[in-house]
Design a protein around this ligand. Sequence first.
Ligand code: 5GP
Length: 182
Amino acid sequence: MSAGFNQNEIVPDNYKLLISEDQIQKRLKELGKQIANDFKGQKPILIGVLNGGFIVLADLIRYISIDLEIDFIRISSYGDKRESSGHIKILKPLSADIKERSVIVVEDIVDTGLSVKFLQNMFSAFDPKVLRFATLLNKPARNKIDADIHYIGFDIEDKYVVGYGLDDQQLKRNLRSIYFIE
Ligand code: 5GP
């Protein structure tokens, strides 16, 4: 069942459906089960990477059947451009203390991998017990860095995608499916 408005109302003609909302939810359910199994008996902290990762985090945690905490970090590497500048800034730091905690960082998409590498280095310095990365989408052809990502929703082609938290110049994050721009 899908709550919400008719997505066609804000889907331009040059958007093509890549991953439907049902496929996204099905895959998140699988990842949620896997995470619950892997972290049984622990209370992991899941860290959403803003802006894009907020919807993935919100949906994913509701498929994880163990106690957990959440936090957010906001980083910026792109500005409003579609190519990574490679220059990453922290716009909102973590609030939680992750020392000796089990930490799962939740990303919307891994493109070059520079953001993941940056977060890996930064969070490792806080001495977590376990540090893992989850991403809904990964673009293997674009990965510049061999980032170690434990949970991947979908490997996709090298295309700019929007919807489900991912923006097209700050818009379209509220679409429930994922589209590529033709
Ligand atoms: P990376 O550091 O891996 O190059 O880039 C990660 C960030 O770039 C993502 O968290 C996301 O904000 C942005 N990004 C990368 N590829 C796409 C894309 O296809 N669509 C959108 N909307 N953002 C993207």
